[in-house]
Design a protein around this ligand. Structure first.
Ligand code: GLU
Length: 480
């Protein structure tokens, strides 16, 4: 029987969800789900100095919010817990002891000063295996005397390590390039180098999916799998996501945080969809995909070895596609927090404004700037009345507006359709093209060259009282 695929996402709780991390999580999720497997969340919090309040919730919320439900994890349970590394200290201690017995690790008592003295002229430092030669008795004596110590990995000084990565192919690294890194720190906490191996094995992880920054340290992990007599997992390393040709996407540039994109008015579905395309080209060459589509289409053949560049313009475009595909109600619900920050809040029907905006925005963040002006009719440039096609200008406006005003005052049905029909007929009576009426009316009530919707949509939204008030104000401006 085929073994069940088990993948994991193993973030450190930094307080924000990096888009690169989200992509790693997504691919691990897709790989598991497309193979009928399990996706596991493990929190890698052994660096207690970097503790950030609430950071674990950010991870839970980002994953669940984007639909990446994990089968096992700290808050959902599972048979392989605990799923938080800081709760697994005893487990690491036990396996570190075993590894020492197997010759794969050793105690080290070297002082900070001694370690610093190993720094060469170029500022590089490599541990010299000084403590490897300590006898068992000596080690026991020093531990009993309460001397602080770390546990280091014992890496061979010669030879080459080779393994297969499913994306990058055969990877060979000379042991001489590796160092006897610390596995257990003096506070008893494991380092990533140790904990990832112990946990991936004990949690039954079959496929390790992570960034290329781990490509060259994987031989160290393989040494441990081999020493323990454990099966190595399959490795799938993913290329980095770049801001441009030389710089990685990073929190520092303010362009890597999932939450920031939500705040800018991108939809979760669009972000996750876009992130999926950063390094993977689905066979059918589709771009807009639901999570279910992605599960169906996901395949490692489509994953590229080269870095991908994050293109916000493309994300915007995709986000616009998602906005257009929403129902009016869905869009209204998503847009509401943005509508509420706009100056029109409390003045006009937000639901109607949202319907006007849906075909016209790519991100929800554009909403306030697209409608703030609607709150008040300020002074505006009268040359906006100039329109070649409709043969209008300020003079035409001045002559047409009183009749338009009178008409709008006389009717009560302010639905867009009724206004459109009525004003078209009125234009006929006045002996002008309806386009001329709509043009001067739209400018007169909005003072804007571009509006989300035509004259009658604007008038319908403003209502009778406000429309007439604005026409009066425009007539006043025109007669100055
Ligand atoms: N905690 C590591 C990180 O955030 C996980 C790497 C891995 O997936 O093994 O980079």
């Amino acid at each position: 029987m085929e073994e069940t695929v088990r993948t994991r996402f193993a973030p450190s709780p930094t307080g924000f969800m990096h888009l690169g991390g989200l992509r790693t999580a997504l691919y691990a999720y897709l790989y598991a789900k497309s193979h009928g497997g399990k996706f596991i969340l493990r929190i890698e919090d052994t660096d207690q100095q970097r503790f950030v309040e609430g950071a674990i919730d950010v991870i839970y919320d980002s994953l669940k919010g984007s639909g990446l439900y994990y089968d096992e994890g700290p808050d959902v349970g599972g048979d392989y817990g605990p799923y938080v590394q800081s709760e697994r200290k005893e487990i690491y201690a036990e396996y570190a002891k075993k590894l020492i017995e197997l010759g794969g690790a050793y105690y080290c008592f070297c002082s900070k000063e001694r370690l610093e003295s190993l720094t060469d002229a170029n500022g590089n430092r490599k541990y010299d295996k000084h403590c490897l030669s300590l006898t068992k008795e000596e080690v026991e004596k020093r531990i009993a005397a309460g001397e602080p110590y770390v546990i280091r990995q014992n890496i061979p000084t010669e030879g080459t390590s080779t393994y297969e990565d499913l994306i990058y192919g055969t990877i060979s690294i000379d042991y001489s390039e590796l160092e006897d890194n610390i596995l257990i720190k003096s506070d008893g906490m494991p380092t990533y180098n140790f904990a990832n191996v112990i946990d991936d094995h004990l949690m039954g992880i079959t496929h390790v999916i992570r960034g290329t920054e781990y490509l060259s340290s994987t031989p160290k992990y393989n040494l441990m799998y081999d020493a323990f007599g454990w099966k190595r997992p399959v490795y799938i390393h993913l290329p980095p996501i770049m801001k441009d040709a030389t710089r990685k996407l990073s929190k520092r540039y303010g362009d890597a945080n999932f939450d920031d994109f939500l705040k800018k008015g991108y939809l979760k579905e669009a972000i996750i969809n876009y992130v999926a395309l950063l390094g993977w080209s689905p066979k059918e060459n589709v771009e807009k995909m639901s999570l279910q589509d992605m599960i169906r289409l996901f395949s490692l053949d489509g994953i590229s070895r080269s870095q991908s560049i994050f293109d916000e313009a493309k994300l915007r475009w995709l986000n616009g596609e998602y906005i257009r595909a929403m129902s009016q109600d869905e869009f209204y619900r998503a847009a509401l927090p943005f509508l509420q920050t706009s100056a029109v809040n409390g003045k006009f029907d937000l639901k109607r404004i949202s319907a006007l905006l849906q075909p016209r925005v790519e991100t929800l963040g554009e909403i306030p700037e697209k409608i703030d002006w609607l709150a008040e009719l300020g002074d505006y440039d009268l040359s906006l009345f100039n329109n070649k096609k409709n043969k209008t200008d300020a003079e035409t406006a001045k002559s047409l507006l009183p009749a338009i005003r009178e008409y709008l005052l006389s009717v009560d049905d302010y639905s867009n359709d009724a206004l459109f029909a009525g004003l078209s007929a009125k234009a006929g009576d006045l002996g002008v093209k309806s386009g001329a009426v709509f043009w001067v009316l739209r400018i007169a009530v909005t003072g804007q060259g571009v509006t989300p919707g035509g004259a009658t949509e604007m008038v319908s939204l403003l209502g009778k009282e406000e429309t007439v008030r604005r026409i009066d104000r425009s007539l006043e401006l025109l007669s100055r």
